[in-house]
Design a protein around this ligand. Structure first.
Ligand code: ACO
Length: 345
């Protein structure tokens, strides 16, 4: 336990009269596909350079799923690892929540496909769609099931095969994204605080700034939508950047204030890994020290809903985070959506 987290913690839920049980993250796990796409590889595909990508985004390489690997395959790998780390059999899982914008297909849900793949026969299963914010949305939903005693064990997964919706001819977007998955096992742990608070938000008025316009009920797939490349990610990068910094700062600030915590008490800040410059701008506004940040955007790019889930697993498995440490997760994504969570690990 780091010295900063030894003082008694303020429980914001108690302020609202909540006397019930808390929800902890028992264990995490992650999976990234084997294939590495470097900036040098991208130089051969579009008019870009390693120097431009590194200085504007901090990304050096990203992982790409194999053609026969779908989001549920990545998710199942991460889920198995998280359950193994928790020492639990798949049959122990009561509920699977999968956050993704790249489901294997419109339906059935990716969560149902994962349930079958890992053999979690007892589990209910559904997907959450909150883009890059999906994992924190999933954590909050999952913890409600645990706190209300509806479920003993909830598996929350963030998983994406973004390479399937990236326009590989558009240099504005194709350099940014990657594939991967991360998972967390939620349970009540006697005597532990676990998830101290979760702040979620959205601004649907900015949906058009970052979207995939085609393939849904508004613009069903047709020869024309394919011809117009409407099944790929469209993004106004500058507008997204500006909103991401503002919303991530505000969500993190609110989460800290609710828990009456100074940023100095946070042992590890895990921001959505979209762009190093966004991460640094949010950290600076929060008054955080660089060594408080966990960053892996250089190796994976933006993996959307999987981003903070993979980073949390790497922070834990590398020993960067110890039991008892306070962690701040903060995210932003299409919708727009955003969120922050404070966890006593
Ligand atoms: N290589 C070389 N030049 C490029 C590239 C590239 N890959 N991409 C864009 N450029 C050019 C542009 O065409 C533009 O040229 P112009 O001035 O001649 O028009 C120039 O570089 C500058 O473009 P900007 O958009 O101003 O570059 P900026 O510094 O804003 O960086 C970036 C662009 C990296 C996209 C940034 O805006 C960003 O990271 N935005 C946020 C993305 C994000 O966080 N998304 C998260 C949510 S994703 C989700 O929810 C699925």
């Amino acid at each position: 336990m780091s010295p900063a987290s030894r003082k008694p913690l303020h429980n914001p839920r108690a302020r609202h009269g909540y006397q019930g049980r808390a929800c902890s993250i028992l264990a995490v796990g992650s999976y990234v596909p084997a294939r590495v796409l470097t900036n040098a590889d991208l130089e051969k595909m579009v008019a870009t350079s390693d120097e431009w990508i590194r200085t504007r985004t901090g990304i050096r390489e990203r992982r790409l799923a194999a053609p026969d690997e779908a989001t549920s395959d990545l998710a199942a790998h991460a889920a198995r690892k998280a359950l193994a780390n928790a020492g639990l059999a798949p049959e122990a899982v009561d509920l699977i929540i999968t956050a993704t914008v790249t489901p294997d297909m419109p339906f059935p849900s990716t969560a149902c496909l994962v349930q079958e793949k890992i053999g979690a026969r007892r589990a209910a299963a559904f997907d959450v769609e909150a883009a890059c914010s999906g994992f924190i949305y999933g954590l909050e939903i999952g913890q409600q099931f645990v706190m209300s005693r509806t479920c003993e064990t909830v598996l929350v997964i963030g998983a994406e095969k973004l390479s399937s919706i990236v326009d590989w001819t558009d240099r504005n977007t194709c350099v940014l994204f990657g594939d991967g998955a991360g998972a967390a096992v939620l349970q009540h742990r006697p005597g532990a605080h676990g998830l101290l608070t979760t702040c979620l938000g959205a601004d649907g008025g900015k949906g058009h700034v970052l979207c995939v316009p085609g393939g849904g009920s508004r613009l069903p797939s047709s020869v024309e939508t394919v011809h117009r490349r409407q099944h790929f990610i469209r993004m106004d990068g500058r507008e997204t950047f500006k909103n991401a910094v503002q919303a991530m700062y505000a969500a993190a600030r609110e989460a800290l204030d609710r828990c009456q915590l100074d940023i100095a008490r946070i042992a590890c800040i895990i921001p959505h890994q979209a762009n190093r410059r966004i991460i640094d701008a949010v950290a600076e506004r929060l008054g955080a020290r660089p060594e408080q940040l966990f960053v892996n955007v250089d190796r994976y790019g933006n993996t959307s809903a999987a981003s903070v889930a993979i980073a949390l697993d790497e922070a834990v498995s590398s020993g960067r985070v110890q039991r008892g440490d306070l962690i701040l997760l903060v995210v932003f994504g299409a919708g727009f959506t955003w969120g922050a969570a404070i966890i006593e690990w």
